[in-house]
Design a protein around this ligand. Sequence first.
Ligand SMILES: [Fe+2]
Length: 227
Amino acid sequence: MTTPTPLRLKDCPDWLYLLREFDVLYRHGSAGGSPAIRAHRKVVRDRLSAAMARNPEMIEREGMRKPVSAHLPRALDLGERAAMQGMARALREVKDALTWEYGYERISKSLAQKYAYCEILGPQGPVHCENLILGFVLFAPNTTYPQHSHKEIEESYISISGAWSENNAAVFAPGSLILNRPGDEHRITTGDHDPCLLAYAWAGPEARLSNPEMKLTRTRRASSEQG
Ligand SMILES: [Fe+2]
C-alpha cells in the first residue's frame, strides 16, 4: 500500500482563491493614513505571499459546526450584496469544510450559541503556515463578545457583512478594517437584526500563534457571563 501524497495549496483552487481575496484586501486596501495600520497590512501581505509561494501542504481537518453556523447562509447572502462580495463568494465555496470552534476553555452558554471562529491558514491548517493566522469570526445578531486582548499578537478585523461596534467607539460596515495591537483590550457588540461576519488576521511570534492562550478578561461583566 502506498501512502497518498498530501494535497498542496495549488491542488485546492477554492482555498487558493479565498487566500487571494485576503491578499487583495491587505495589498490594495487603504491604511487610512495610519502608520500602524500600514505596517500591519505589510506584515500580513508579506507573510501571506511567502506562504502562497511555498505552495504549502494542506492539513486535512473534518468540517465542524457550532450553533452560530446556522447564521452563516444569511451572513454570506448579505456579504454578497455589499462591498466584500468577492470574499463572501469565495468563502461560500468552502463553507462545508470550515472548522468552527470557540478557542476558549470556558465559554458562557449564551456566547456558545452566538459566536465561533474558523481558521483558513495557520499552524493548524487547513493551509499550513507558522507565522500568520487568517480566519473568520461569526456572530449572531445582538451578541456581546466579552472583553479580551491577545498576548504578543497583532490582530486586524475586516468587516464582511453585518454591523458591529468595538469598545462602543464606532459602528463598522463591510470593508472597514480595525487594528488591535498586542494587549489592546477589546469588546465587540453586533447589530440587532443580522449576523456579523468578520475576516481576521493574526500576526505574531510563531510560538505564540501555535499557542495563543485565548482568555476573556476578568472584568465584572466578563465574570458574570462565565458559566
Ligand atoms: Fe480579538
